[in-house]
Design a protein around this ligand. Structure first.
Ligand code: ADP
Ligand code: MG
Length: 163
């Protein structure tokens, strides 16, 4: 039941100085950071992260727009560990469209753009953060972004009070 999930604070989140705020929410929820780094990816890498699955779900146009957005600046990549971590992190992150993301979620609190606006401006929706959508994606994304020796197993206070 203890899972690992991949999270990236996207270039807008980093450039808006929201790294500490975002990390704090995960830490306070009792999720354990087991890997973390800053990385400025290129489009080849971005295509591996946003696989053909995004094209099937959202269309080629959105995948193309994402290729510009995600390489705009460095991202903070991390792996978080916790009970049902994949689902819990998605809950803390909030819905994809900031306009409809609930208050109290990262996307609901720190951005507000809509699909309509993004479509008109021909931009990817800037929503601060990426989090793996399911178990298969989490496994794939963790392997893509991190080597085994960058993933750490250690004890922290969560092992006493949360796990
Ligand atoms: P999530 O990030 O919530 O898992 P998706 O995997 O469906 O959502 O989409 C990946 C990212 O693509 C979103 O976080 C957002 O930045 C962007 N995106 C999704 N749909 C659209 C859209 N219709 N127009 C513009 N950008 C979009
Ligand atoms: Mg997704």
């Amino acid at each position: 039941m203890i899972e690992r999930t991949f999270v990236a604070i996207k270039p807008d989140g980093v450039q808006r100085s929201l790294v500490g705020e975002v990390l704090g929410r995960f830490e306070k929820a009792g999720l354990k950071i087991v890997a973390m780094k800053m990385q400025w990816i290129d489009k080849d890498f971005a295509l591996k992260h946003y696989t053909e699955d995004i094209e099937k779900r959202r269309g080629k146009k959105v995948r193309d727009l994402l290729m510009d957005y995600i390489v705009e600046g460095p991202v903070i990549a991390m792996v978080l560990e916790g009970i049902h971590a994949i689902e819990i992190v998605r809950k803390i992150v909030g819905g994809t469209e900031p306009k409809n993301a609930l208050p109290g979620t990262i996307r609901g609190d720190f951005c507000h753009a809509s699909y309509d606006y993004a479509d008109k401006k021909e931009l990817a929706i800037r929503n601060i953060i990426h989090a793996s959508g399911n178990k298969e994606d989490a496994e794939y994304e963790i392997k893509l972004w991190f080597n085994d020796n960058e993933l750490h197993s250690y004890k922290n206070v969560h092992d006493v009070h949360i796990f």
